[in-house]
Design a binder for this molecule. Sequence first.
Ligand SMILES: [Zn+2]
Length: 334
Amino acid sequence: MRGLPKAQLHLHLTGAMRPATLRDLAGRHGLAIPPPLPPAAGTWADFQDRYDAARQAIRTPADVARVIAEAADDDAADGCGWLELQVDPTSYAAALGGLAPALEAVLAGAHAAAIPAGVVVASSWTRSPEHATTLARLAATYAGHGVVGFGLSNDERHGNVADFAPAFAIAAEAGLLGVPHSGFYTGAEHVRACVEHLHAARLGHGTAAANDPATRDLLAERQVALEICPTSYPPFGVHELTDIPLRTLLDAGVPVAVATDDPLLFGVGLAGQYSICRDVLGLTDAELAGLAAASIRHSAAPQPLKAELLRRAERWLTDESPRPGTAPSAPARC
Ligand SMILES: [Zn+2]
């Protein structure tokens, strides 16, 4: 799976941190290390508490640069040729001197990364629509200078979708992709609302769409891609790995980009997520190459890079040399 060229479209800054880096930064800043996530039946609060604790370890522009450099190295080793890193600057503003300095630290880190990278500025479903508008304006200021998208992260059960339309309109006007989280805890109606009111280009997760044929058709017709992160669902009881409705979505023509979300907390990198699609969900090489192609096609990567990565993904599929991990005796690598 590491040899398959792909794009990473759903990765949060703190969640991208290596466990060893968290230990190191927490030690330097005199902070406790959050305990591991329970393997199953956890709550959103379990996750958010650990995420917030880990985020406290990122306190300087040098910390930001290190986390991004290592995340890009890890994704590059997993075959990633384009990285989109999602950040809510609000969470880092106090430590880094304000919203704009926090975003500039992330942009500097992304610019210096080993692979080409863009930044998605995300507000939170738990904060006000007015705050989202403030962040959309900030994101728009940096369009063409590293910011490529605008999203809404956190628990999408909060907030009323239509109230966030003005923020997404500002982002769209600046040429940014709209990429809110949706359809994780919420149902297909939330997914539809994000497409209809926010004109989302992609959705973080969105697996609830699989339950409703009309929503699947809407995503397929408008080619709205879902960023599906297999290891994000079992800890919350959203799906077991075996129940992720990937095939239902693919059969309906919904574009799917596989991503990692928060490898710090979920413990699996980008190639490992593809391995789960192969080993647990039974996807064929052609289907895996299709996922990789969708991740590239629905990314904000510059057109020449997209074309090159798509050519390489196609070559991966037609290359007949043996691939480690596809032999019957090979262990699953995830
Ligand atoms: Zn996410």
